[in-house]
Structures are given as C-alpha cells and as structure tokens.
Design a protein around this ligand. Structure first.
Ligand code: SF4
Length: 225
C-alpha cells in the first residue's frame, strides 16, 4: 500500500520480475533476473494478484505496475486492461526500454512515472546497457503526445551524475514540454554496484542552488531525499 507511488491516490504496487538494465544503484536486485531466485518469497501468480485486488475494490483507488521493468512483460496489455476493468486507475513505473511496448498500453494508463536515468552520453554507463537512449526518447515523446499525466524522474548518484549535467538534463526535459519532474537521491543501501554503497555528497549550498534552478523549470518539481 502506498500514497506516494501514484500521485494523490491510495494505491498498491505490483512488482514484476525481470529487468534488462543493470543500474549500479539498483536496490531491487532480486527483481532483475527473469526468473525469481529461491530467496524471493513474495512470488504471486497473476490469479493471486487479481484475488488480492478483488478484495480491495472500493478501498484502493489505483494500482501501479512497477518492476523490475514491466514493459518486458508480454501480458502487460492484458494485465492493465483487467485491472482497469475492476475499477482501478492504473499507473506504470518504467525505464522506457521499449517505445513499442509502451505504445501498446499507453491509452489505458492513468499515470506514468518515466525514469530518465542520465543525459544521453551517460546512459550506457549508468544503466549498464548500450543504445537505450533512442527508446527512452521515443517513450518520452509518446507520453508528451499522448497528453496523459506523467512524471519524469531521475535517481541521482554523484558517482555517476554531476551538477551541471543534471541541470542540462532538466533543461532538456523542460524544453521538451515535461511539466512534472522529480529527482530522487540514491541512499546507498543494497546497491548492485557495491562501490555505490558509500554515497558521495555535494556541498549543501550547491544542492540548494540546483534545487532552486530546477524548481523554476517545471510546473511541479520534487527533490526526494
Ligand atoms: S531499471 Fe535499473 S534500478 Fe530499475 S529495476 Fe532495472 S536495474 Fe534496477
């Protein structure tokens, strides 16, 4: 249950198994393999999920499908339609790995949180995967053209990001027409890359200035600590 994963709605989050990315700061490492490890004790079938949701109709307002990376799920369009048919709003958390997959569900989504992990030139370094940017950019354009509610978000780790690059990434998003942007700081616990478990910090005044600059670029800007 969550009140922060779908803006202004009481929601639950479904975490789907499997992600093709390898972000060094990933704290959901048990969700990366396509097949869950033996240690994962929260495995539910889709039937279990539907039963859970049926019992909460009228109590929950929204369901957020997260991951892992939900766009790799071949049955995602059917999942989304089924959840909507039960009367819930549906949100999606995604890293935008496939514009084709997003286009198959976008019309049924009520809200999307799209990860923009870094500027184009740093994408492979941050995500551990090459040639991802064109898909992310296409997903962003789909969301902009679709006119539905969405937020772009960037997880910041100062091993990867710099203040000037984060500022220019925000400028790019603002120029594209993004109105809702969130920056969330990596806390350095349980990271896929152990060296990121010792967070680098920036001077407080530099961060305050950056927050002020980013705040002026968007209708809604959030700095999540
Ligand atoms: S996109 Fe990155 S942070 Fe998210 S689950 Fe995949 S590897 Fe982890």
């Amino acid at each position: 249950m969550t009140t922060i994963d779908f803006p202004d709605h009481l929601a639950c989050v479904i975490y789907t198994q499997g992600c093709p990315l390898r972000c060094g700061y990933c704290q959901n490492t048990e969700l990366i393999p396509l097949v869950p490890g033996l240690s994962v004790d929260a495995r539910w079938t889709w039937t279990d999920v539907v039963e859970f949701l049926r019992a909460r109709q009228g109590l929950l307002e929204a369901v957020v499908i997260s991951g892992g990376e939900p766009l790799i799920q071949p049955y995602l369009p059917r999942m989304v339609k089924q959840v909507k048919a039960m009367g819930f709003k549906v949100g999606l958390h995604t890293a935008g790995i496939s514009a084709a997959a997003l286009s198959r569900v976008i019309d049924d989504l009520d809200w999307v949180g799209l990860d923009i992990k870094a500027p184009e030139e740093d994408y492979a370094r941050v995500t551990g995967r090459r040639n991802l940017w064109p898909q992310v950019e296409q997903c962003l354009q789909l969301l902009l053209q679709g006119g539905g509610a969405f937020e772009c978000r960037t997880t910041v780790d100062w091993h990867y990001h710099t203040v000037p690059k984060l500022r220019s990434l925000a400028q790019y998003l603002s120029q594209q027409g993004v109105t809702h942007y969130a920056v969330q700081q990596n806390h350095g616990t349980g990271c896929l890359d152990p060296k990121l478990c010792q967070p680098l910090l920036q001077p407080v005044d530099i961060i305050a200035q950056l927050q002020h600059q980013l705040d002026s670029m968007f209708t809604c800007f959030t700095w999540r600590t």
